[in-house]
Design a protein. Sequence first.
Length: 82
Amino acid sequence: MSEPFNSYENISMLVKSAQKMVGAATQQMDNELLHEAVEATRKARVELNTYYDHVNNPEDHFYYTNNEILKSAEHQLNEANM
C-alpha cells in the first residue's frame, strides 16, 4: 500500500476480514482456511502496527479497538492450532 499509513477504512476492512476468516476457519478446522486466516491476520497486524507507528498515541481509540479484535482472532487461531 503506497500511503505512509492507511486510511481507517482500509485497516478496518483488513481487521474485519481477518476476524471473519478466523471464525470460519476455526469453525471448520480446515488446514487451508486456517493458513489463509493466519496470513490475513498477519497482514492486518502489520497494517495496524504501521498506522500506530505513525500516530504514536497509546490512547488512540481506533488502534485500541482494532488491536483488541486482532488479539482475539490471534488467540482463537492459537487455540485452534493446539
